[in-house]
Design a protein around this ligand. Structure first.
Ligand code: NOJ
Length: 764
């Protein structure tokens, strides 16, 4: 414990404002301290702690302050300044009977004031330093605004890009997402959760939210336990093991029982099996939704089910407040059950350092930033760095990229100058006018070396129904601005601009709201208005470079056939425009790899690389009847998991194994020589996959087990080593035991999941 802490705490506790009768000496002993606080609490005060209030939607400010002072609120979310949080904390620690501090939470998902690339983009970096930089910077910025907890990381595995929240997650692979989960939790929480620049990570959405049926948001999930344990649960587990202080519970049901009333999930798995010690939080209104799920007949039953399942805090509903007193009185809920929840909530506050100093992150008014959006508060260099590392070069067959900073470049497309969209959804306290658009980024990069002609060319969509829907989503104000000109006039202007240019750069894809909560799609196509623009640009015969901005895999068949280069930039954040320009002009050599498969069409979904083996597999190049395939189009993904090009080329040698027989307690070294055979320095990701040749249950065709991002100078080579042991070969068998079974394994190393070099070994 830091000395300054104890002094601050002692001063606070010794003041007349301090917790009644609280023993300063206990402050160093968490269980004793919390027991002492709880000893003083009435049942109503305990129930008050279970409430997490959404600022701006739950109640007006005067009522909020009154409720806090009455000890009826445990924490709030959705405020983003110290000045906003201070009066709330004052009400708690100066006016409530027991003076228990509040905590302040917010959805800091990919940046706070500085917006980093969306999570799916960060996963494309396969670079844990980049993930860590984003989360650490976010924690610093959020805590400097008085925030104590973030509702992140979101680690829901998604194999269905129709789901709009695919953008918020880190892709389809349990290993990669688990690595990221661990990294992000450590970075948010810092060395000590109590530090002023740390925020508590509340991992979400527990569990399996990414598997909603049909990719339709909030839909049901029905899944075998083996698949759950093997593929979907590991990232949450990784976050818990990394010490995440909070867990946010999913909105969906799991095999017929909503997560919010799921005792198996919340008690048996999370607390007993995984040993989670921390606070569990329902998602927005989820306790009341138990009625609509049809497992509770009324609010009283909903509250009973949720508290008994182990939901400590209720977000944005008043059912705990209304119903728990009566439920305790009638004996349907026992006070010790309420105590369990209170203990975790007070424990979280203790861990965040709030009992030691409730103003730890809010600070004194004199220290408030005069301008919360001041440039000096942003971390632009970090955001640009992470954004560059997150981009994936999908096509560059004629080496049209990198572009020369010379001649005339036509920049077209509805996303070329779109400061709101480039931030992506869940952009926290990000401010659109601080975003660098692609247009601005290219202008800066070019200076007077080349001429940039710009034309919008199309609206993101001409479908008014979709525009209305996107504007209706939960933004503060409508954010889709339609160009009122006719589609023909806009295309004509773009074609004219293209006519003057040596090369066309077209920024196309989705409005950010299209890849968001409640934004599921039935099509993965680039909207028709933009497709018409691209077709007209193609007809000019000029080289065509596509810069994609989107939050999910898209079906890019036409684009792949017709574009000369395609750069997947996702939604790249505050510094997106500069970062994309860095890549387009070769000031940065792209090194991202897809963290999720790109299908050819919606009909292929679900399509993911680590699917189970089957009895009649389709074999590429050997089409035949009665094998597993779709007969009207090519099979397999358009771009596989792990895929991404560079401006240089790499070669991989055959795989060398240190032994062909691995003992149960032994280790095996697998190595390859990676060589940069091109003319530029560059980085790539060497990926290790394993296939269990024969096991007691059907196993995947391959599974990612390790990876290394390696930077090589032109002409340089390096031997890359991986260690394999029995731990890496374990899986959940039919009895859900985590075991490695003896027998043969194929070990594959590649620069994507499809093209690999293979060797075999035996586990004894
Ligand atoms: C609902 C979302 O599902 C969740 O991800 C988010 O953290 C909460 N709202 C709070 O904003």
């Amino acid at each position: 414990m830091e000395v300054s802490y104890l002094l601050a705490a002692a001063a606070w506790l010794a003041s007349p404002l301090a917790l009644a009768d609280m023993n300063v000496a206990l402050l160093d002993n968490k269980p004793a301290f919390i027991a002492d606080v709880m000893r003083q609490m009435t049942l109503d005060e305990k129930i008050g702690q279970l409430r997490l209030i959404s600022i701006g939607s739950d109640m007006p400010q005067p009522q909020l302050l009154k409720e806090i002072a009455a000890g009826r609120i445990g924490g709030t979310f959705n405020t983003v300044t110290r000045a906003d949080n201070r009066p709330l904390q004052d009400a708690a620690v100066k006016r409530s009977r027991l003076k228990i501090p509040l905590f302040f939470a917010y959805d800091v998902v990919h940046g706070h004031r500085t917006i980093f690339p969306i999570s799916l983009a960060q996963a494309s970096s396969w670079d844990m330093d980049a993930v860590s930089l984003s989360a650490r910077t976010s924690a610093m910025e959020a805590s400097a605004d008085g925030i104590d907890m973030t509702f992140a990381p979101m680690v829901d595995i998604s194999r269905d890009p129709r789901w709009g929240r695919t953008s918020e997650g880190f892709g389809e692979d349990p290993y990669l997402v688990s690595e990221i989960a661990r990294t992000a939790v450590h970075a948010y929480q810092g060395k000590s959760l109590a530090a002023a620049d740390s925020v508590m990570a509340s991992v979400k959405h527990f569990a399996l939210y990414g598997a909603v049926e049909g990719g339709r948001d909030y839909n049901t999930v029905d899944m075998s336990p083996m698949r759950m344990y093997q593929d979907y649960l590991p990232p949450y587990r990784a976050a818990v093991d990394a010490g995440a202080g909070g867990v946010m519970v999913a909105l969906n049901s799991i095999n017929g029982v909503p997560a919010t009333s799921n005792t198996w999930l919340m008690q048996d798995l999370l607390r007993k099996d995984w040993g989670f010690r921390g606070v569990t939080i329902s998602d927005h209104g989820a306790i009341a939704e138990l009625i609509r799920h049809g497992v509770a007949k009324d609010g009283r039953e909903a509250a009973r089910l949720a508290i008994r399942a182990g939901i400590d805090m209720s977000m944005h509903d008043s059912l705990y407040l209304q119903e728990l007193p009566g439920l305790v009185k009638s004996g349907e809920v026992k006070e010790p059950e309420i105590d369990n929840a209170v203990r975790e909530i007070l424990g979280a506050k203790y861990d965040m350092g709030l009992f030691h100093d409730p103003y730890r992150r809010i600070g004194a008014a004199a220290g408030d930033p005069p301008d919360v959006n001041a440039e000096s508060r942003l971390h632009r260099a970090a955001a640009r760095d992470v954004a560059r590392r997150s981009m994936v070069l999908l096509e560059n067959s004629k080496q049209i990229l990198p572009l020369k900073k010379a001649g005339v470049i036509a920049l077209v497309g509805p996303l070329a100058d779109a400061p709101i969209d480039i931030m992506g959804s869940w952009s926290a306290a990000g401010v659109a006018r601080q975003s660098v658009t692609l247009y601005q980024g290219m202008r800066t990069a070019l200076g007077d070396k080349a001429r940039l002609v710009y034309a919008r060319g199309a609206n993101v969509t001409d479908n008014q129904h979709i525009v209305d829907y996107l504007n209706y989503l939960n933004w503060d104000k409508p954010e889709i601005t339609q160009d009122k000109r006719s589609p023909e006039a806009m295309i004509a202007e773009a074609v004219k601009a293209a006519g003057q240019a040596d090369v066309i750069v077209a920024a196309v894809g989705e409005a950010r709201g299209m890849s968001h909560e409640s934004s599921s799609r039935t099509s993965l196509d680039i909207p028709a208005s933009q497709h018409a623009l691209l077709a007209a640009l193609k007809a000019t015969g000029k080289p065509l470079v596509l810069v994609l901005m989107n939050g999910r895999p898209l079906a890019l068949n036409w684009e792949r056939e017709n574009a000369d280069a395609i750069l997947e930039t996702w939604f790249s954040g505050t510094e997106g425009g500069n970062a994309i320009a860095d890549v387009l002009f070769g000031d940065y050599n792209p090194s991202g790899k897809l963290p999720i498969s790109f299908p050819r069409s919606v009909g292929q979904i679900p399509i993911y690389y680590n699917h189970l083996r089957i009895g009649r597999p389709f074999i590429e190049g050997k089409p035949g009847n009665y094998t597993s395939q779709y007969f009207e189009e090519a099979n397999g993904p358009l771009y596989p998991f792990g895929y991404g090009l560079s401006y240089t080329d790499f070669s991989l040698s055959d795989v060398k194994l240190s032994t062909r027989t691995l003992d149960r307690d032994g280790k095996l070294d697998a190595s390859v020589t990676l060589r940069n055979t091109g003319r530029r320095d560059g980085a790539t990701v060497v990926q290790l996959y394993v296939q269990d040749v024969s096991a007691s249950v059907v196993r995947p065709v391959k599974e990612l087990k390790d990876f290394r991002k390696i930077m090589l100078k032109a002409g340089e080579e390096k031997v890359v080593h991986f260690t394999v042991d029995a731990e890496k070969l374990k899986f959940f068998n039919a009895g859900l035991q985590y075991v490695a079974e003896p027998g043969e394994f194929n070990l594959q190393i590649g620069l994507d999941s499809r093209t690999v070099r293979q060797q075999s070994f035996e586990l004894r």
